[in-house]
Design a protein around this ligand. Structure first.
Ligand SMILES: Cc1cc2nc3c(=O)[nH]c(=O)nc-3n(C[C@H](O)[C@H](O)[C@H](O)COP(=O)(O)O)c2cc1C
Length: 188
């Protein structure tokens, strides 16, 4: 099969590219809004940009607001205003919570509480990390690149300043999250 992209609808482009580019690691990102409320959301348009300095990218798409305009998602707003975040690598056990926090209808505070996520202080940033997530990357905003005209995404570069990995992931001096981490995989 071949597809000239110019003939595809938006939803066909989304389906094709996310079917082709697999697996994609999931960044489960905590951030804090201007009032101090903690937010958490998953992002699969996520990867390493540079290892020294240690920089990762998150592409946070703009979303359609009720008034028909594109607006920034809370994670982008919080990172740009607060300047830091924690990127967790979630496990299979977290899959229901990852999907709940990535829904287009954001969960209410009560639903978030029902997910049973416990947060604890991070070491180097003010955003808290999820206590029982075995890998957490604490990062500071480095740069935001507004992508597209009109803007369709905030491509946010985050410099990782502190890394947490649970002791039981350590084998021969290396972190081994693979058997445990979840990815965005091809649909069945
Ligand atoms: C597995 C998964 C991966 C996702 N990846 C992305 C992504 O890479 N970029 C994006 O903009 N939204 C992505 N989403 C959707 C966001 O998580 C969703 O819009 C979320 O509500 C954003 O929350 P926020 O407004 O609190 O930032 C993903 C959702 C799921 C469930």
């Amino acid at each position: 099969m071949e597809w000239p992209v110019s003939a595809l609808t938006a939803s066909e482009k989304y389906t094709l590219i996310t079917d082709c580019v697999v697996p994609r690691p999931i960044a489960w990102v905590s951030s804090v809004d201007v009032l101090g409320k903690v937010n958490i959301a998953p992002f699969s348009y996520f990867n390493i940009v540079s290892s020294d300095p240690l920089i990762v990218s998150l592409s946070v798409n703009r979303r359609m607001a009720d008034n028909g305009c594109c607006e920034q998602k809370d994670t982008a707003l919080n990172l740009l205003s607060g300047g830091d975040c924690v990127i967790h690598i979630p496990s299979h056990d977290h899959a229901p919570a990852v999907h709940a926090t990535g829904s287009s209808t954001p969960p209410s505070d009560a639903q978030i509480d029902a997910l049973g996520l416990q947060f604890c202080a991070a070491q180097a940033v003010k955003t808290p990390r999820i206590q029982n997530c075995a890998v957490a990357l604490e990062g500071r905003l480095l740069q935001n690149i507004e992508v597209g005209n009109p803007v369709v995404a905030d491509l946010i570069l985050v410099e990782i300043v502190h890394i947490f990995a649970a002791d039981d992931l350590m084998h021969n001096g290396h972190v081994h999250p693979e058997p445990y981490s979840i990815n965005a995989m091809k649909r069945t």
